[in-house]
Design a protein around this ligand. Structure first.
Ligand SMILES: NC(=O)c1ccc[n+]([C@@H]2O[C@H](COP(=O)([O-])OP(=O)(O)OC[C@H]3O[C@@H](n4cnc5c(N)ncnc54)[C@H](OP(=O)(O)O)[C@@H]3O)[C@@H](O)[C@H]2O)c1
Length: 301
């Protein structure tokens, strides 16, 4: 087993975009031996000044590394790099950690290709921004080779409190991170939508934030989510608080307000429809997380 605490364990970071640069900087700050390569090689110079070895060919970056960390734009960029003549044989025996955002099928194809070259493959989904990486507070979920994850943990943990392994099926971690982004977009949309409605009703976004509870309301939402997930785990949505029937009535007023102020409510009509679907499943006395059942039922082929 590779001891990644060795100071001579060398990590080649391929891709010096915003994220790749932050990853390489963080590894250097954590005391690791880092080499860097980028298609536009001049972008590596600042990393060279911080102590990374700047490598001019991707083949040499692969050949000279114990571990290879790839973070470029997308699958096309990865394919272009991997098709460099003479690169494939250099991968034999290497561990590749892929942090480019890939779709599940792309990850699977990459793992197969890497195995064909004698390399081991781990992929990841980054749940944060380059600034979070630099501050060593980003969450990164990994999937693929458990052995590579275990052997690489000491340097993977440089990026945040604890690297998370979620399964051996490649692509699972990037997919999970995409779901997290979708959640973030959805929450942002519904917040901005409510602010727009508040503004139309003469309430400023700032005062609406304050009267709706501000940051404490979001912390409360985090706590409530734990309870909601317990409900989906057990299928028990019993409540002595607010029932779906009450939520549906509130929603009717909200939708009328949107119409009155000329604010598009299509997303909220979809939410209302999921409440109605749950009620028609006989769940009128259950709590709002029961829409998990109507959504899941709706999405089944
Ligand atoms: N930035 C974020 O907040 C964030 C958060 C989570 C995940 N990610 C993921 O991290 C990955 C990188 O994002 P980024 O923000 O670093 O992007 P970026 O700043 O746009 O950098 C893109 C990188 O890909 C390289 N590249 C593009 N096309 C290429 C090609 N055909 N051949 C070789 N190299 C190519 C670029 O090289 P050149 O410099 O030569 O153009 C550059 O190194 C993406 O998959 C992204 O989804 C980013």
């Amino acid at each position: 087993m590779v001891d990644d605490n060795r100071s001579d364990h060398r990590i080649s970071v391929i891709g010096m975009g915003n994220m790749g640069t932050a990853l390489a900087e963080r590894l250097l700050d954590a005391g690791h031996s880092v080499a860097v390569w980028n298609r536009t090689n001049s972008k590596c110079a600042p990393l060279g000044k911080r102590g990374a070895e700047v490598i001019s060919t991707v083949i040499e970056a692969v050949r000279s590394a114990d571990s290879i960390l790839i973070c470029v734009l997308d699958d096309d960029a990865v394919q272009e790099i991997l098709s460099t003549v003479g690169l494939a044989p250099a991968l034999d025996g290497k561990s590749v950690v892929q942090l480019t955002s890939l779709e599940a099928e792309e990850s699977k194809a990459q793992q197969e290709w890497m195995h064909g070259q004698g390399a081991r493959y781990l992929d990841g989904g980054i749940l944060g921004f380059p600034a979070d990486v630099r501050e060593a507070r980003v969450r990164i979920a990994y999937s693929g080779s458990r052995a590579v994850f275990d052997e690489s943990k000491s340097w993977l943990n440089a990026f945040g409190p604890e690297a998370i392994f979620i399964g051996e099926q490649p692509g699972t971690a990037p997919l999970a991170s995409m779901l997290t982004y979708a959640q973030y977009y959805g929450i942002t949309y519904t917040c901005m939508h409510t602010m727009a409605l508040a503004a139309a009703a003469g309430i400023t976004a700032r005062s609406f934030l304050e009267l709706s509870g501000g940051p404490e309301a979001w912390r409360q939402m985090g706590r409530v989510m734990d309870e909601y997930v317990a409900m989906t785990d057990t299928g028990d949505y019993a409540t002595s608080e607010a029932t779906l029937e009450i939520d549906a009535a509130d929603y009717d007023y909200f939708l009328r307000l949107c119409d009155e102020f000329g604010i598009d409510a299509s997303v909220h009509r979809t939410i209302k429809a999921s409440i109605e679907a749950a009620i028609s499943q006989g769940r009128k006395d259950e709590a709002i997380p029961a829409i998990f059942e109507s959504i899941s039922c709706h999405s089944k082929p």
